[in-house]
Write a protein that binds this ligand. Structure first.
Ligand code: TRP
Length: 364
């Protein structure tokens, strides 16, 4: 799990992005040849502060791709917060925190674009033609929609049902052709590919079918042994203090075996701490296990605490500094959104032209 990418079968368009040290050589050939000719589109719904799972699973990879020369567009999907809830929550604070966390992690606003989704109406205008390209059976079959619907314990809303189409509009509307995702999000990228293909077949070539870039890192578990997630309250927040981090990790479940081994199947909690350390310092978790040997859970936790706090120290300091300057965070978002507006309006214009029904007849 070192390099960024290796190809997964059978579909060629899926590559695997790893969590370790990465270099240009490990990207898929077509991106490697000309990183600047591609565009990563990715995003988060601002439903709360980011945690270690986000950092290891996605954020660090976005920064790597950016640093390898691929332009990155990050959507702050504020308008989509209500996909699985009624309230939007304290959006302004949450969005500022998210931007501070992106920037603190290394997203560079001179090279990457951070977009407020709700301020780009053209993204929603793409929904109408896109919805005409999918059937209700396809939407109902989507495994990610099914899983999210079950998890929300509410009846399936039209918004959740069509969520993959909204995400397709974001990706295609901002001209993304590379979408880094976890395995569970693959079906969403498939929908974007299907829509691009069908649109092009029906109206002529406007869209590139986006490639999914699979994150190789296994989902980071929370301190209770379940997947790390905000709703479970088992997270280690990027913004947590060092003592708070230490307390959370010390309280993490492990097992009674003194000899530490990396065995994700029979010792998932121990393996999780080893994976966290491995991902943060770019080491094989088996080596980390060997280093601890008979030190038991206490030594493993000490090492995890030290590694997490050390790896996040600079990020946390920058995060604090950035949060103290909300005017700057707003500026970054405004500049990114302005640039995304131009991209998406242009795409929408092409869409109307391609539909060849004089959809642009009122425009000069
Ligand atoms: N679906 C993502 C989430 O729930 C956010 C998102 C919105 C996104 N649009 C996107 C991700 C486009 C990738 C590409 O957090």
């Amino acid at each position: 799990m070192t390099g960024i990418i290796s190809t997964v079968s059978p579909a060629q368009h899926r590559a695997v992005i790893g969590s370790g040290a990465t270099d240009l050589a490990s990207l898929p050939a077509h991106i490697r040849r000309d990183p600047g000719a591609h565009r990563v589109v990715t995003g988060d719904r601002p439903t709360g502060p980011l945690h270690l799972g986000h950092y290891i699973g996605t954020l660090a990879n976005r920064v790597r791709l950016q640093n390898l020369g691929v332009p990155v567009t990050v959507i702050v999907a504020d308008y989509q917060v209500i996909t699985d809830r009624e309230e939007t929550g304290p959006l302004r604070d949450r969005v500022r925190t998210l931007i501070a966390e992106y920037l603190a992690a290394g997203i560079d606003p001179r090279r990457s674009v951070i977009v407020a989704h709700s301020s780009v109406p053209a993204l929603n205008q793409l929904m109408l033609p896109f919805l005409s390209l999918v059937t209700d059976a396809e939407l109902h079959r989507n495994p990610t929609v099914k899983a999210e619907s079950l998890a929300s314990r509410r009846s399936l809303s039209g918004l959740l049902l069509t969520y993959p189409v909204h995400q397709a509009a974001d990706i295609l509307g901002l001209r993304g052709d590379v979408v880094p995702v976890g395995r569970d999000q693959l079906p969403h990228v498939e929908v974007a590919r299907t829509i691009a293909r069908r649109f092009n077949a029906r109206y002529g070539p406007v869209f590139v079918e986006p490639d999914a870039l699979l994150t190789a890192t296994p989902a980071v578990l929370g301190v209770d042994g379940a997947k790390m997630s905000k709703t479970r309250g088992n997270t280690i927040l990027l913004g947590a203090g060092e003592d708070e981090t230490a307390a959370a990790i010390r309280g993490a479940r492990t097992d009674g075996l003194r000899h530490i081994t990396f065995d994700p199947h029979s010792r998932p909690q121990v393996a999780n701490l080893l994976s966290i350390v491995g991902a943060l310092v770019h080491r094989d978790p088996c080596d980390v296990a060997e280093q601890i040997g008979d030190g038991g859970a206490a030594a493993l936790k000490d090492l995890t605490i030290e590694t997490v706090n050390e790896s996040l120290r600079d990020l946390r300091r920058r995060r604090g500094d950035l949060l103290a300057d909300p005017g700057y965070l707003d500026e970054v978002l405004l500049a990114g959104t302005t640039s995304a507006l131009a991209t998406c309006c242009d795409v929408l214009q092409q869409v109307r032209r391609a539909m060849a029904m004089g959809m642009d007849y009122l425009q000069a």
